[in-house]
Design a protein around this ligand. Sequence first.
Ligand code: PGA
Length: 251
Amino acid sequence: MRTPLVAGNWKMNGSRAMATELMADVHAGLSGVSGVDVVICPPFVLVPQCSQAACGTSVAVGGQNLDTHEPGAFTGEIAAEMLIDAGCEYVIVGHSERRALYGETDELVAHKTRVAFTKGLVPIICVGETLEEREQGVTEEVVTRQLVAVLNEAGSEIFPRAIIAYEPVWAIGTGRTATDAQAQDVHALVRERLAGANSAAAESTRILYGGSVKPQNAAGLFSQPDIDGGLIGGASLKAEDFLGIIRAANS
Ligand code: PGA
């Protein structure tokens, strides 16, 4: 049995006032919800505040990125140790925005995964194809390539603790969601590839779906056999929407 997980990726959004309100609303809305792990990934500067707000609640906090180096002369970067010190248990690695806008390669994402895991964070590893790649019929190749890079560098032993998020790039922030069946197909493929590397872990590894998940489409996606929750962008910025998605994962 895999406990569903719903993670909110605030991206570069929020303020201290917004974080205070949203954390309180999410916490209040979670009473009576016990069967879902909930993670909030705020921008770095809001991590300490969110960790404090989450303290003693069932909500965990994650970073949106990390650097691979030990603490030192790396201006503008954040080390795994610092995330942990600030209260993070999770960290997103390889989000498609980081791959596309900040040039993160499969190798760098794999390296970040290894460092995050070794230091004690749970990596949420993002994979997914662009629209062009989907139209060219290479979704399988792309997702497999991204996954294999992680398996080669970080090892298959990071699963089932590590988490995968399948996020078709064309569905992120576009209002376009993969159909339940399209998402399930790729999730099944990811689980099959994982099983090839670590058959014992594949069944218990959580594979999240991300890309325009809303309260209205969450139940359908989460009812698919290989979808174990979601990585939520835009809808995680509104307590009501985020809670609606969490409830869909709980049912
Ligand atoms: P979205 O973002 O829910 O706004 O589409 C998902 C993500 O990028 O993780």
